[in-house]
Design a protein around this ligand. Structure first.
Ligand SMILES: Nc1ncnc2c1ncn2[C@@H]1O[C@H](COP(=O)(O)OP(=O)(O)OP(=O)(O)O)[C@@H](O)[C@H]1O
Ligand SMILES: [Mg+2]
Length: 326
């Protein structure tokens, strides 16, 4: 069975008159049916861009300059935008974007936002049918149906996020991509949002989830597998517990040691601050992208880009682990 989604050597760039931003640089990744993949990395490392690429919602200034995006074997990168809109987005893959407030039209009540969303795919449904579908789903997910009659700004942050997730999954897409769904929320509201995502997954409303965050402590509560991103590249991918308890890439190690609310097991290893900042993606470095900040970097790291190394069920891009020249 092919993976649900497969990225094959993907390069995506923002090409502007001020220059080119190399936001995604050679990412290959598979998302299997039934998994929750957490994507973590510092701000500006290309996570949201990767989310757009995953559903091929790529429009200028963003360009897919190389690689393929396959959804159950179908090359999304070959489909025109109107077909993606009609046949793929919302129905097969849905994205809850990073700024939910922008995603929900502030001048429309939730029920009208839902009506417009559903009718793109099911123009034959009348308004009452759409509303009853929305009511059923809200009830199924434990959301207050009174929210349907409100405007987005009348909802609390957590409720707004949950409503956005409920709308995005109304048509039972196989894959849900949630971009920083908990970042603006306090810890107890974060838990409510995580619970909703798990419920969608447990009940099979969605088959797989991509959960994007800069917060390892949050991803730990939901993901089954984790991909660590740095400077537009994936540096390590593997099963959640393995990556958290035995990180193999120096960046993963530092990222885990630097989290603000470490788990007791991690705390024992001590808190470290990652010095420096990620590279400017207008001029990405040669060699390993992390070399400049890596405590173990050698000349080779600065010169040669590491190739992926398979260790058990993990993939690591690091010369220390034996990654040869690309
Ligand atoms: N519309 C745009 N035009 C030009 N550059 C952009 C645009 N959007 C993002 N970028 C740049 O692309 C790079 C990757 O950004 P992206 O938003 O994907 O990162 P991110 O990991 O999601 O960050 P954050 O954690 O802050 O959300 C950054 O250098 C960013 O400045
Ligand atoms: Mg982002």
């Amino acid at each position: 069975m092919p993976p649900l989604l497969k990225l094959d050597d993907v390069y995506a760039q923002y090409i502007t008159r001020y220059g080119t931003v190399y936001a995604v640089n050679g990412v290959s990744l598979e998302i299997g049916e039934g998994e929750i993949l957490g994507i973590v990395g510092e701000s500006g490392c290309g996570k949201s861009t990767l989310a757009r690429v995953m559903m091929m919602n790529v429009k200028p200034p963003l360009h897919l300059v190389r690689g393929r995006v396959l959804l159950q074997g179908v090359e999304l990168n070959r489909l025109p935008r109107d077909r993606l809109k009609r046949e793929v987005w919302g129905k097969q893959v849905s994205l809850v974007p990073q700024s939910v407030m922008n995603a929900l039209n502030p001048t429309m009540r939730v029920r009208d936002i839902i009506r417009d969303f559903v009718k793109v795919h099911n123009p034959e449904l009348d308004d009452d049918e759409v509303y009853s579908m929305a009511r059923d789903r809200f009830e199924e997910l434990g959301l207050d149906i009174r929210a349907l009659d409100l405007y987005p700004f009348e909802l609390s942050g957590g409720m707004r996020q949950r409503v956005a997730i409920a709308i995005a999954t109304l048509l039972n897409p196989k894959l849900l991509i949630a971009d920083e769904p908990t970042s603006a929320l306090d810890v107890s509201t974060q838990k409510v949002v995580l619970k909703l995502l798990k419920r969608l997954w447990n009940e099979g409303i969605v088959k797989s989830i991509v959960f994007i965050t800069h917060d390892i402590a949050v991803v730990r509560q939901i993901a089954t597998r984790i991909a660590v991103m740095y400077a537009g590249k994936i540096v390590e991918v593997g099963p959640l517990e393995e990556v958290i308890f035995k990180p193999l890439h120096p960046y993963t190690e530092l990222l885990i040691s630097s989290i603000l609310t470490p788990e007791p097991e991690v705390k024992k290893r001590g808190l470290v601050e990652i010095r420096g900042a990620p590279p400017d993606l207008r001029t990405p470095p040669r060699g390993c992208p992390f070399a400049e900040r890596c405590p173990y970097a050698t000349d080779r790291c600065r010169r040669e880009e590491p190739r992926p190394v398979v260790i058990g069920s993990r993939l690591i891009y690091c010369h220390l682990r034996g990654g040869g020249a690309a």
